[in-house]
Each structure stands twice: as structure tokens, then as C-alpha cells.
Design a protein around this ligand. Structure first.
Ligand code: GLN
Length: 489
């Protein structure tokens, strides 16, 4: 155990009492980062972090984030620091400005330790498609298991214990699914609640800034700093900001949760199913009501196709600016078209090219009605169903993934209900823009399993309260390979 394994409030106390300094926190992180063999980093920025720590100024009692070290997914623009989104097409690109999230964290005197790897341009969920290759799950020392993606480096680094929190982005599940595989709290808020300015777009109608922490309370503390309107992001909400830690003590007694029946039914592994049902029993024993309700099998099975059509269509249009001229390496050519073709041929991996083809195909005039517009209508249907299920309950509770982190070489049947439903349902939170949080609740074969809670729009304070209640029940908080815990259940 070290200071980095503690909740933010306790680190803050230790900093205030002079038991540890920001520079010592950076040194503690440096040792861990140097021994981190998960391939989690695009760039390690320890010298810069040491300099920042040395000139941080006097302790700020009312700023819980003062001197707190973090790592940042490499699709957030960082002024003066190469930012590639793990894509060769952006090699050498150094942004001239900070993403709003990075700027806010800087103003709060957080210390940036490293930029982390991702699936190229945040597309994908395996942590294998970025230009740095595979990122490994620190809970599996044999490195056979993935940590998931696309925020693979942030998840791996935090599960290794390198930092106090890690930023991520979530378009389909890219924070909340790897959080499940890595024993972490993974959170994304209501769409528009945290500014996306400076986050490389993947599919803006689905993109959310999210992050990983070791504790639910830390997620709420961070949200107090990051939530709010930003004039640089025209989709950012004007909704009043609250104190998101205010309800943390409320617990789950008297609350009502809804479990989507088909998601449980589509999980193949009987042990995982049993573990989830045991958690539900424990939640009921604590005084919460849990109801099971159907969503509609066909509608659930359509999530993935709907997601792929919409996200690829938005991606191909948003990434049209990656033309080999404005950013990244220049490969030359006789015409604009040739310059662009050279850069995109060399700069993108197979996965990206495939997704752009799907997206462009869906947007072609002759296909729009049958693909893009039909997907949009189906999205609306799905969202309507989510909202109707949420009426009269406090949140939807489901397993975040069907299993522990899969092995790299494992193949899944892409038409099975386990894949189409249990592996992809977290996109419900992106379609609807509702706040959603994953947290660990059990171990299986030495690997963590996570649950997910999805709540009502702009009611993040209530979602944190529920998550905190469940965290207390499971006793699984503060997990990393440096601070393994047994749990209560
Ligand atoms: N795994 C999903 C995909 O492949 C989600 C990615 C994300 O949320 N950025 O696109």
C-alpha cells in the first residue's frame, strides 16, 4: 500500500498535514510506472510532473485535487505534448491548446504523469488496435488477458496502481467495459455535462468524457471539478451544477433498481450469472427493492448494428480532416487526392479503414434510408424503451460484461445473444446520453467482474449514492495490483 492507493480525501489530508508532498507522490508513481509492463503509455511525462510538483505553491485546503497525480488518455489534446490517439496518422502532432478537461485539471493543480494508449482513434474494445500494439491487463501477470478498450492504457495504468485517476472517453462503453475487466470504477456522465472540447471526436452524438477511479467517492469529487457548461463546446449543457458528493451517505436502503432480464439470460457462464444474482440478493437484504423486467429481445439484439451504423457514419465524417496535410506525417503526392490517399493508406489500421467503409456506405445517398436513417429511428426506439424502464425506479442494474477479461486469442460468435446483448448493452447509456457507472463486485479466477448502474439524466449525485452503497456492500474498492483486496461477499 502507498499513498496512491488511498481515496482522494485521505491523500488530501496527508498532503495537508505534510506527511507526503506532491513531489513524493510523483516519485511513488514513478516507481510504479517504471515497473508497469502492460504497454499502457504513449508518453511518460515524469520529468514534467516533477517540475510541476516542485513549483505547485502552497497547499490549498479547499481544493481536494491539489497535487493529485493522474494519467490521461491520448485522445485529449495536451498543449505542447504529442497527442496521437494511438494512430500513425497523427504521429508527431503536438496540439496548441489543452482540452477543457485537461485545462480544468491543470487549474486544480493535478499532476499529469503520462498519456495513455488506446484502440486507434478510440474505435474498438480490445486494447489491441493502437499503433503501440497490445495493452495488457495487470491482474493477469501472464499477459494472456486483455484489459479491454478503447481506454486500454488508462484502465491498465490505474489497475496497476500508477495514479489516482485516469481520464477516458466513452462512445459505446470504452470506459465502463475496461473498468469491469480491470476492477475499477468507470464513469461517464449525462451527455453534455462534461465539455468535449479538445477530445478528438469519434462519434459526437455518442461521445462522452469519462474517467476511471479506485473509489466511487473519488469519481464524485472529480465530477465536482469537471461538470459544467463550457463555451468552447456548443453541445455542453447549461443545467445547474450540483455538489455531486452531497448524497454519498444515503446508501441503497429504500431504493428501487431494475435488472434487464434478457441481459442476465444471455450470459453463458453459469458462475458469472450466479455471482450477479448473489449480489442482487445482498442488495435486497440491504433494504433495496430489485425488479426484473424485459426490454425486448429483438430490440436488444439490434443495439450493436445500430451502434456500428451510427458511430461509423459519424466517424468517417468527423475524421475527414485527417488528410495528411493538417496533422501528422506528410507522405506527398501529385494531387490533394493522392496526398490524402497516401496518408490514409499508411496512417490507418485495418479496423479504422473497415469502419470508414461501413460509415461511408451507410451515408451514400442510395443507402441512407435503409441504413443511416433506419439506425437513427431504431436508436430513438431503444432510448424510448430505456426511459420507460427508468420511470418509477432509481436506476438500471446489470452486469457490465458477460465475463472476466477475455484472452487475446479468444473468438466470440458475433451473432450470439451473449455477444450482441451481454457484450454490447452498455451502448444503451450512449444512445440515451444517461449517466452510467461501472464498479467491481466480485472476482472469478483471480480476475475482477463489474456491475453497471445507469441513472436518470443529470442525476449523477443519485447515481454516485447508489454506487457508493453497493461499494460498501461488496467491500471492493481501491483495487489495483498494489492493493489487492478480498471483498465482503
Ligand atoms: N467498443 C466500442 C467500439 O468498438 C466502443 C468504443 C468507445 O466507446 N470509444 O466502438
Amino acid at each position: 500500500m502507498g499513498y496512491l492507493d488511498l481515496p482522494i480525501r485521505e491523500i488530501h489530508k496527508a498532503l495537508g498535514e505534510g506527511r507526503v508532498s506532491p513531489l513524493e507522490l510523483v516519485e511513488e508513481a514513478a516507481k510504479r510506472i517504471e515497473s508497469d509492463d502492460c504497454n499502457a503509455f504513449e508518453a511518460v511525462l515524469l520529468d514534467q510532473a516533477r517540475q510541476e510538483a516542485a513549483k505547485i505553491g502552497p497547499f490549498e485546503e479547499d481544493n481536494l485535487l491539489w497535487g493529485i497525480p493522474y494519467v490521461c488518455k491520448d485522445n485529449f489534446s495536451t498543449k505542447g505534448i504529442e497527442t496521437t490517439a494511438s494512430s500513425n496518422i497523427l504521429n508527431g502532432y503536438v496540439p496548441l491548446f489543452d482540452a477543457s478537461v485537461v485545462k480544468k485539471l491543470k487549474e486544480r493543480k493535478c499532476l499529469l504523469l503520462a498519456k495513455t494508449t488506446l484502440d486507434e482513434l478510440a474505435m474498438g474494445g480490445t486494447g489491441t488496435t493502437g499503433h503501440k500494439g497490445k495493452t495488457f491487463n495487470p491482474f493477469d501477470p501472464s499477459h494472456e488477458r486483455m484489459v479491454g478498450g478503447s481506454s486500454c492504457g488508462s484502465a491498465a495504468s490505474l489497475a496497476h496502481g500508477d495514479a489516482v485517476f485516469a481520464t477516458g472517453s466513452d462512445t459505446g462503453d470504452s470506459v465502463r467495459k475496461p473498468a469491469s475487466f480491470a476492477g475499477l470504477v468507470g464513469f461517464k456522465p449525462t451527455w453534455g455535462r462534461i465539455s468535449r472540447y479538445g477530445l478528438f471526436p469519434f462519434a459526437p452524438s455518442l461521445d462522452h468524457v469519462g474517467y476511471f477511479t479506485h473509489y466511487v467517492e473519488d469519481a464524485a469529487i472529480l465530477f465536482n471539478a469537471l461538470a459544467g457548461h463550457d463555451e468552447m463546446d456548443f453541445t455542453s449543457s447549461f443545467e445547474m451544477v450540483k455538489d455531486y458528493t452531497a448524497k454519498l451517505g444515503e446508501g441503497i436502503k429504500g431504493k428501487k433498481l431494475l435488472v434487464i432480464q434478457e441481459i442476465i439470460d444471455s450470459i453463458d457462464d453459469a458462475v458469472n450469472k450466479e455471482k450477479f444474482l448473489a449480489l442482487v440478493k445482498a442488495i435486497e437484504k440491504e433494504g433495496a427493492e430489485v425488479v426484473y423486467a424485459p426490454f425486448g429481445l429483438e430490440l436488444l439484439r439490434s443495439i450493436y448494428a445500430t451502434y456500428i451504423v451510427i458511430s461509423c457514419a459519424e466517424a468517417t465524417s468527423n475524421d475527414a480532416n485527417l488528410d495528411g496535410i493538417k496533422f501528422g506525417p506528410y507522405y506527398g503526392g501529385a494531387s490533394y487526392q493522392e496526398v490524402m490517399a497516401n496518408a490514409r493508406t499508411k496512417g490507418f489500421s485495418e479496423l479504422i479503414k473497415r469502419r470508414f467503409v461501413i460509415g461511408s456506405f451507410a451515408l451514400m445517398k442510395e443507402n441512407q434510408e435503409d441504413l443511416f436513417l433506419r439506425a437513427q429511428r431504431n436508436r430513438a426506439k431503444i432510448v424510448e424503451k430505456v426511459n420507460s424502464l427508468l420511470e418509477g425506479v432509481d436506476a438500471i442494474l446489470v452486469p457490465a460484461a458477460p465475463s472476466i477479461a477475455p484472452k487475446f486469442n479468444s473468438a466470440s460468435d458475433r451473432l450470439s445473444s451473449e455477444y450482441l446483448i451481454a457484450d454490447n448493452h452498455l451502448a444503451l447509456g450512449n444512445f440515451s446520453g444517461l449517466p452510467s457507472i461501472t464498479l467491481p463486485y466480485a472476482f472469478h479466477d483471480g480476475m475482477p467482474l463489474g456491475i453497471n448502474l445507469m441513472g436518470k439524466a443529470f442525476a449523477e449525485d443519485e447515481l454516485f449514492a447508489l454506487a457508493k452503497g453497493i461499494e460498501e456492500l461488496t467491500g471492493l474498492a481501491g483495487l489495483s495490483v498494489y492493493a489487492k483486496k478480498e471483498g465482503n461477499l
